[in-house]
Design a protein around this ligand. Structure first.
Ligand SMILES: [Fe+2]
Ligand SMILES: [Fe+2]
Length: 344
C-alpha cells in the first residue's frame, strides 16, 4: 500500500488504561460452585427445539454448558489468530500503515488486553471442567478460520497481506450479543457474567481504536487496492457472524441426535430468512465505518454489501433479502454466536 501523510485525527481512548483495563484492574474470575444454567438459552436456539427439549433438561443443560465452552474457545482462537498478530504489527510499526505515535503505543495495550482475554477464557474453561465434571470435548476448530482462509484464497496477489488488517478491523467493530447480554443475565453464575463483562468493557475501547485504524487504512490504499478489497468485506463480516453449524452439529450428535434430527433442528432454528436481521444488526457499525471512509463508493463493493443483506439497495428494499447463508450441515463466531458489543 502506498505511503501517505499521517492523519492527525486520532483521539486515544487508552489514556486511563491503567485504571480501566481488565488485565490491570479486575481480579481473576473463579468458578467455585456448580450452577444449573451456564449460557442464555435465548442465544442458543437449538435448546428450545422440540426434538432437543424431548431429550430432557439434563441434555439441555449439557448443551448450554458446551455452548459456553465453545464461546470461550472461540474467544481464545480469535484473539490469538486474528487480533493479536495485527495489533502486534501495528505496535512494532510493521503493519504497513503510517500511524500517529500514540496509536502505535496504544496497540501494545491492545495486545496485552487480548492476550489476557485469551488467557482468562482458557483458564476459565479448565475451571468449568473441574467444577462441572463435564469435559469440554471436541467442539472442533471454530469455522471462522476456515472461512477466512477461503476468502484469502480469493484475494489478488497485489493485496496479499492486507487481509489480516481487514479481518481485525471487521472482527473488532462487530457487535456481539454474548458480550452485551451475558453480563446482565442474572440467571447465570456471577463469575461467568463478570468474566464476560470484563471482556466487553475492554472491547469498547478496541472498537473505537479499530474504527480509527480503518480511517487510516482506507485513504492509504490505491484505488485499485480498494476495489480489490472492498467486495470481500461482506464475506469477512459473514465469516464471523454466520452461526457455526458444524460445531452445533457436533454438539447435537454428542447428546445422541441422529444426523437427520440434527439437520432438522439446525434448519428450523436458523431459517435463512431470519438469519439476516441479526447479522445486519451486529454488522451495522462496521458497515457504517466502511461507508464513512468511502469504501462503498465503488459500485462492486456496494453491490456486494447489498447482496449480502448488509445494506438496503438504492431502490430502498429491505436489508436482508438475498444471498444464501448456507455452508453445508452441515451448515455450520467473533460469534457465530450472533449478535450486539464488539466480538472479541
Ligand atoms: Fe479486542
Ligand atoms: Fe478481546
Amino acid at each position: 500500500m502506498a505511503a501517505r501523510p499521517v492523519l492527525n485525527t486520532y483521539a486515544s481512548r487508552f489514556s486511563r488504561w491503567d485504571d480501566l483495563a481488565s488485565v490491570r484492574r479486575r481480579p481473576r474470575r473463579h468458578l467455585v460452585d456448580r450452577a444449573d444454567l451456564y449460557f442464555p438459552p435465548e442465544l442458543y436456539p437449538v435448546v428450545s427445539h422440540p426434538i432437543v427439549v424431548a431429550r430432557g433438561p439434563a441434555v439441555v443443560r449439557t448443551l448450554l454448558l458446551h455452548r459456553l465452552y465453545d464461546y470461550l474457545h472461540f474467544t481464545t482462537e480469535l484473539e490469538n489468530l486474528a487480533v493479536i498478530p495485527v495489533a502486534a504489527k501495528i505496535a512494532r510499526g510493521t503493519s504497513g500503515l503510517l500511524l500517529p505515535r500514540q496509536m502505535q503505543a496504544d496497540a501494545f495495550k491492545i495486545v496485552t488486553d487480548e492476550a489476557w482475554h485469551a488467557q482468562f477464557s482458557y483458564d476459565f474453561t479448565q475451571e468449568l471442567e473441574h467444577v462441572t465434571g463435564v469435559p469440554r470435548g471436541g467442539g472442533g476448530i471454530p469455522v471462522f478460520t476456515q472461512r477466512l482462509d477461503e476468502i484469502v484464497a480469493l484475494f489478488p496477489r497485489e493485496i496479499a497481506g492486507l487481509e489480516a488488517l481487514v479481518f481485525a478491523i471487521v472482527s473488532e467493530t462487530l457487535i456481539s450479543g454474548i458480550l452485551s447480554e451475558i453480563p446482565r443475565d442474572e440467571r447465570l453464575p456471577r463469575p461467568v457474567r463478570d468474566l464476560v463483562r470484563d471482556h466487553a468493557e475492554d472491547e469498547g475501547r478496541h472498537h473505537v481504536y479499530f474504527r480509527s485504524v480503518l480511517r487510516h487504512l482506507w485513504p492509504a490504499l490505491t484505488l485499485r487496492e480498494r476495489r480489490a478489497v472492498g467486495p470481500h468485506v461482506p464475506a469477512i463480516i459473514q465469516a464471523f457472524l454466520i452461526p457455526d453449524h458444524g460445531q452445533v452439529a457436533t454438539r447435537l450428535a454428542s447428546v445422541g441426535l441422529s444426523a437427520e434430527e440434527i439437520v432438522q433442528v439446525v434448519t428450523e432454528c436458523w431459517p435463512e430468512h431470519e438469519l439476516m436481521g441479526p447479522i445486519a444488526e451486529s454488522a451495522a457499525p462496521a458497515v457504517r465505518y466502511f461507508t464513512e471512509v468511502g469504501a462503498l463508493d465503488d459500485s462492486r463493493t456496494r453491490c456486494a454489501f447489498v447482496e449480502a443483506g448488509l445494506l438496503a439497495d438504492d431502490a430502498g428494499s429491505d436489508i436482508g433479502r438475498s444471498k444464501q447463508l448456507t455452508d453445508g450441515v452441515s451448515r455450520t463466531p467473533r460469534d457465530s454466536n450472533a449478535p450486539r458489543s464488539t466480538t472479541t
